[in-house]
Design a protein around this ligand. Structure first.
Ligand code: KG4
Ligand code: ZN
Length: 341
């Protein structure tokens, strides 16, 4: 008799994206995301508005994912959900939904660490059976709006943070500079877009002095601010007239800072596989320059665009591996906004 597949419904609601995905025996069947435009007017995520929008979006998003997957809710084996890190109000919406839905279906719930999910996105198999998975151990550069970490990944659930930011995250640096340039939130993708048209060596910004494999981006933010204030005193139209070159120069500095430590980590740990994860891994310069490491005999793993920024496919795949180990959560579990890897 043929065994029925393991079907995991994944729920992600840690920040400002409401997402649901369905994975069957490790293969993706649906990956649905509702973005929240409401934050644009405020230049950043407003936690209270985010949780309200999650409440409005969660049922239609889950419904759309199940329909797209062609899966009936009675076929679901378990519900995996992000339990942290993230915004408490946002996490509560996803976790409450997951618990209630699973309780009604009498199936287990599986808690997922959002950052671990970003890393395990590399293990998603496409519906046509294709995949590009690193082998253990590998190093993962996890770069998002809230995190910048170098993680040594020993297996699905054994990970060690070997370097991290001591202040701002790389995505935050992109977004804060974008704000200074009067670009709407989130500015990272726009800096990337304008940088493509600019000269990256036109302006120079300093690199931080940080110990070991750690990062720092707050000094860069301050130096860009002073630089813009100084130039605008001379020419009030400085930003408009030089937008592409400013974006290209800042982006180059951020990518330089990231790649110096990536290279150091690979050498120090004597590992030849590097993966990237998190929203900033959508950045075109970071992707191109990481791929150049292949000329130095490193293997580079870059997830598909839709698995880079926040999504529920990464939560569902993590849930799948936890399901295989029987790692279920209790209905009493509460979100942990500061969950660590
Ligand atoms: O992982 P993510 O979707 O959410 C968090 O968990 O933070 O990452 C969002 C971050 C934002 O800071 C956004 O500006 C940045 O990723 N980002 C980019 C690009 N696309 C998204 N930064 C630079 N270039 C991009 N193309
Ligand atoms: Zn994220």
């Amino acid at each position: 008799m043929q065994q029925s597949p393991i079907i995991i419904l994944g729920i992600e609601s840690s920040c400002d994206d409401t997402a649901a995905a369905v994975i069957s025996d490790g293969k993706i069947l649906a990956n649905v995301i509702a973005n929240q435009d409401v934050h644009k007017a405020f230049g950043g995520v407003v936690p209270e508005l985010a949780s309200r929008a999650h409440q409005q979006n969660i049922v239609p998003v889950v419904d759309a994912a199940l329909k797209k997957a062609g899966v009936d809710k009675k076929q679901i084996s378990a519900v995996a959900f992000t339990n942290g890190p993230g915004l408490m109000g946002s996490l509560l919406v996803g976790s409450s939904f997951a618990k209630t839905f699973a309780l009604a279906l009498a199936i287990p719930i599986i808690e997922v660490n959002h950052m671990q999910g970003h890393i395990l996105a590399h293990f998603i198999t496409e519906n046509d059976g294709t995949s590009n998975k690193p082998t253990f151990p590998f190093i993962c550069l996890t770069v998002s709006g809230g995190h910048t970490q170098l993680v040594k990944v020993f297996d699905y659930f054994t990970m060690e943070v070997i370097g991290e930011t001591i202040d701002d995250a790389a995505g935050e640096a992109f977004d804060k500079v974008a704000k200074m340039l009067q670009l709407p939130y989130p500015g990272g993708p726009l800096v990337d877009k304008y940088a493509k048209l600019g000269n990256a060596t036109r302006f120079n910004f300093p690199h931080p002095k940080v110990e070991g494999l750690n990062f720092s981006f707050s000094g860069l933010k301050t130096s860009v601010l002073y630089f813009l204030q100084k130039e605008q005193q001379i020419n009030p139209n400085f930003i408009e007239e030089n937008l592409n070159d400013i974006c290209a120069s800042v982006q180059k500095t951020i990518v330089d800072i990231l790649l110096i430590n990536v290279k150091k980590a690979l050498i120090k740990e004597n590992i030849n596989q590097i993966a990237i994860a998190g929203g900033v891994s959508a950045n075109s310069e970071l992707r191109t320059r990481l791929l150049e490491l292949e000329n130095e005999n490193y293997k580079v793993f870059i997830p598909k665009f839709e698995y880079c920024t926040d999504n529920a496919a990464m939560i569902a795949i993590t849930g799948y591996y936890k399901f295989l180990q029987g790692e279920y959560a209790s209905q009493q579990i509460t979100p942990n906004a500061r969950m660590k890897i």
